[in-house]
Ligand binder design. Structure first.
Ligand SMILES: NC(=O)c1ccc[n+]([C@@H]2O[C@H](COP(=O)([O-])OP(=O)(O)OC[C@H]3O[C@@H](n4cnc5c(N)ncnc54)[C@H](OP(=O)(O)O)[C@@H]3O)[C@@H](O)[C@H]2O)c1
Length: 289
């Protein structure tokens, strides 16, 4: 494996609030604390700067510790500082108690030990309208008080996005993190978010490795001399999505970010878009009441 940093790992997208976000980040779901500690260190050495965590992943403490340890270690030859890292966490469940949400956010900041969280998301729309909008108010105040730098949502469907925008938020959401890959393209939610200047983070961008042997994926991997996983990642990058491929293996972390060498043609992007089968790899709260 080459030791150079894939250039894509330095790429950042500018969000509606003027702040930037690394376009490729390491997802931390289904990583034990131990795996997270190890993988984050390796990812930082490779050049990953963004990490997607959540209260529900039960590894916030280890993730924050791994980042802090790396920054303080001799491995940090580039002299990276906290502000060079982008760390996300998510509220496990929306609540009708504003104070409970504020406490929960402070708990995540404390668990990470990172002083602040770059992006904090409502993990899902579950809980109903009152809980969603109350939780959002708590996020707005957490932004204003510097606990978090920016606020967003996850698994929000069209109706949830419209509901939040209609509430005239003081701090508009900058991100909606949803499942997106060629087998679940989510064009309806993506179009609605584009209308409101909300960027999309693609979770399960590799379709959880469930379609690596699909004939079209294999055909394009051959055509572009890349791996099936790289077809998936490149598709999400060319659609201007922030993408969160997860791996606990160093060689795959490198592979997943090494997609600068080729460009998928417009026709082939359309052929990949056409693979949509609304494949849900984990959960789908986007239609929740
Ligand atoms: N907001 C939400 O509700 C939500 C839901 C799901 C996920 N997420 C976020 O999105 C991230 C990614 O989603 P995900 O973890 O569900 O799925 P994913 O990134 O699409 O796929 C991960 C799976 O693919 C395997 N893999 C990784 N690189 C590979 C490669 N180059 N070749 C073959 N297999 C490869 C991984 O195994 P190894 O680890 O063994 O390599 C793992 O089994 C999560 O970690 C999390 O941060 C958010």
């Amino acid at each position: 494996m080459a030791s150079t940093t894939p250039p894509l790992l330095a790429s950042r997208m500018t969000l509606a609030n003027g702040l930037t976000i690394p376009q490729v980040q390491l997802g931390l779901y289904m990583m034990s604390g131990k795996e997270g500690t190890h993988s984050i260190k390796e990812a930082l050495s490779l050049g990953y700067r963004g990490f997607d965590c959540a209260q529900m992943y039960h590894n916030e403490k280890e993730a924050g510790q791994a980042i802090r340890d790396y920054l303080a270690s001799a491995d940090n030859t580039q002299g990276l500082k906290r502000e060079d890292i982008f760390y996300t966490s998510k509220l496990s469940s929306n609540k009708t108690s504003y104070e409970a949400v504020r406490r929960s956010i402070k708990g995540s900041v404390a668990a990470s030990g990172l002083e602040y969280i770059d992006l904090f998301l409502l993990h899902s729309p579950y809980g109903g309208k009152e809980a969603r909008l109350t939780s959002w108010k708590a996020l707005e105040d957490a932004v204003e008080e510097g606990e978090i730098k920016m606020a967003g949502v996850s698994n929000y469907g069209v109706a949830h996005i419209e509901e939040l925008i209609a509430s005239n938020p003081r701090v508009p959401p900058v991100i909606n993190q949803i499942e997106v890959h060629p087998f679940n393209t989510q064009t309806g939610i993506r179009d609605t978010c584009a209308k409101h200047n909300i960027a999309i983070e693609a979770y399960a961008p590799l379709a959880r490795a469930l379609r690596m042997k699909h004939p079209k994926i294999l055909e394009f991997a051959k055509k572009y001399s890349c791996t099936p996983a790289q077809v998936f990642v490149k598709w999400s990058v060319q659609h201007d999505l922030v993408t969160l491929p997860k791996s606990i293996r160093l060689e795959r972390m490198f592979e997943n970010a090494s997609v600068d060498r080729f460009t998928i043609s417009d026709d082939d992007m359309a052929a990949l878009d056409a693979l949509d089968e609304r494949l849900v790899t984990d959960w789908d709260p986007t239609e929740a009441p």
